[in-house]
Design a protein around this ligand. Structure first.
Ligand SMILES: Nc1nc2c([nH]c(=O)n2[C@H]2C[C@H](O)[C@@H](COP(=O)(O)OP(=O)(O)OP(=O)(O)O)O2)c(=O)[nH]1
Length: 272
């Protein structure tokens, strides 16, 4: 039997997920499914989902962890191997393309819809999950640091200066992950001075603590980029930071909306 490899997304918003009704004229028309589609040859299933969600809903998505092991279901048209991942949408306004209608609801409320059979085990698995507690991270925006002994002070807590360094570590990794490695800027003669940094220390950390630093693009104006950093340890906020940057070449300020338009477009994808 022909094998059909498919990726589908449990798109989460608070405690609700998104179900789509397959448009008429498609196989399984009228049945409900999770957004997704066939994995192209050589494609990573997470890339499939980014592509399919863009096509079907008109928005960018962050793809998280697997929900459950691959589901295999035989249909008259082939054996579907369904890989299901959590996802969240970057924007809330959808432009539906491939479905007759969409519904948001808790897995319990949506369980009675006429789902494609391969999707049913997903609904059963979700019934045991507290979706509102789920964090779906874009790896580009998350840097995890384990506090070193040498980062602590005489009081036994992390010295405050380290948080600013971790912000920089999160930032350089973020830029590299979105295709704008800082070395590329330097190779083009562009430098990016930090024009402001601030930190609000909310709770101390100490040796061995694992600190998650989540970065977001807070603001982009003509010359300035503002990034925000939320730092948590075991889910508790330990520090909230911000940094502001400008970009210069030959000691002239560059404009993000004129001289660095590709970079600005890449950053906008990560704007909160
Ligand atoms: N997206 C999705 N497909 C599912 C689910 N459950 C399930 O059995 N399937 C099956 C139905 C189809 O046989 C297959 C998905 O193929 P598809 O034809 O919709 O994929 P596609 O979006 O790439 O479509 P196309 O461009 O080839 O028309 O997986 C589900 O929950 N979501």
């Amino acid at each position: 039997m022909k094998q059909i490899h498919v990726a589908a997304a449990v798109i989460v918003n608070h405690n609700q997920i998104l179900a789509g009704q397959r448009a008429s004229g498609r196989l399984g028309e009228g049945a409900w499914e999770l957004p997704g589609g066939k994995i192209h040859s050589g494609e990573d299933p997470r890339e499939t989902l980014q592509r399919e969600i863009k096509e079907e809903l008109g928005v960018a998505a962050v793809i998280g962890e697997r929900v459950l092991p691959t589901i295999v279901h035989p249909y008259p048209w082939g054996e579907v191997h369904l890989q299901v991942f959590y996802a969240r949408l970057r924007q809330t306004t959808l432009t539906p393309n491939a479905h007759d209608q969409f519904k948001w609801g808790t897995p319990q409320a949506l369980a009675d819809l006429a789902w494609l059979p391969a999707a049913r085990p997903v609904l059963a698995a979700l019934a045991k999950v507290d979706l509102s507690q789920l964090t779906i991270d874009d790896p580009a925006q998350l840097y995890t640091h384990t506090v070193e002994y040498y980062e602590t002070d005489r009081m036994g807590i992390t010295h405050h200066s380290n948080y600013v360094r971790w912000m920089e570590a999160a930032r350089t990794r973020f830029l590299a992950a979105i295709g704008w490695d800082y070395r590329q800027f330097e190779a083009r003669g562009i430098i990016s001075p930090v024009v402001a940094v601030n930190c609000r220390y909310k709770h101390p950390t100490t040796f061995g603590d694992q600190v998650d630093i989540r970065l977001q693009v807070k603001q982009l104006d003509r010359i300035r980029l503002t990034l925000s950093y939320q730092m948590t340890c075991q889910g508790q906020i330990v520090c909230l930071g911000e940094s502001e940057h400008c970009f210069t070449k030959d000691q002239q300020l560059l404009r993000l909306d004129r001289d660095l338009t590709d970079f600005a477009a890449a950053l906008r994808q990560y704007q909160a």
